[in-house]
Write a protein that binds this ligand. Structure first.
Ligand code: C2E
Ligand code: C2E
Ligand code: C2E
Length: 91
């Protein structure tokens, strides 16, 4: 089963993404920085991205959106539940 329900928001853990040593994530990291710049959203710990952008990234990685979600989840850079994420960080 997918860690993220289809149609739900795709939310990235920015610290995990930017700190990640996997060169596999370089395109995702660059894309996320580009979105932060366009939004002027520099101070967030997490970033919600568009479903359309997931589709574009899947093409870059020569995979499907659901496989890319699985990959991002396996690498620990996806946040399934932002509210729970913040509750755990602040605990
Ligand atoms: P835009 O697409 O013309 O969107 C203008 C504004 O509408 C955005 O300003 C945002 O306040 C709001 N908006 C548009 N779509 C959504 C949405 O799905 N959810 C939410 N919560 N708000 C939405 P903002 O955030 O300052 O972004 C400025 C421009 O930067 C956007 O203009 C777009 O061209 C680009 N951009 C920002 N974030 C993304 C993104 O995640 N993906 C893509 N492809 N472009 C983005
Ligand atoms: P949520 O979408 O579950 O997001 C929870 C918290 O994660 C947000 O609290 C915010 O601190 C963080 N977060 C999520 N996505 C981003 C992101 O792309 N950039 C940054 N910097 N932080 C992000 P916040 O802002 O207090 O919002 C609480 C809830 O209010 C959100 O829950 C969402 O349900 C709603 N909300 C806030 N802004 C928007 C918006 O622009 N559009 C829509 N549709 N809902 C919004
Ligand atoms: P969200 O703000 O809760 O928006 C959920 C969905 O409602 C979006 O899914 C999109 O299909 C639709 N939507 C919301 N606002 C707009 C809008 O102004 N124009 C259009 N055409 N559709 C809108 P989507 O695109 O998959 O985005 C998922 C999440 O990514 C959004 O959740 C929001 O948290 C974030 N996001 C996407 N685009 C932007 C943006 O331009 N600026 C900001 N600040 N956040 C964005």
């Amino acid at each position: 089963p997918l860690p993220i329900e289809p149609g739900s928001k795709l939310t990235l853990d920015l610290a995990a993404l930017y700190d990640h040593s996997s060169p596999d994530l370089a395109h995702v990291a660059r894309y996320a920085r580009g979105i932060q710049q366009r939004r002027g959203d520099y101070n967030g710990r997490i970033l919600s991205i568009r479903a359309d952008d997931l589709t574009a990234l899947a093409i870059i990685y020569d995979t499907t959106p659901s496989d890319l979600i699985e990959k991002l989840s396996d690498l620990g850079v996806l946040i399934a539940d932002p509210a729970k994420f913040f509750a755990e960080q602040d605990a």
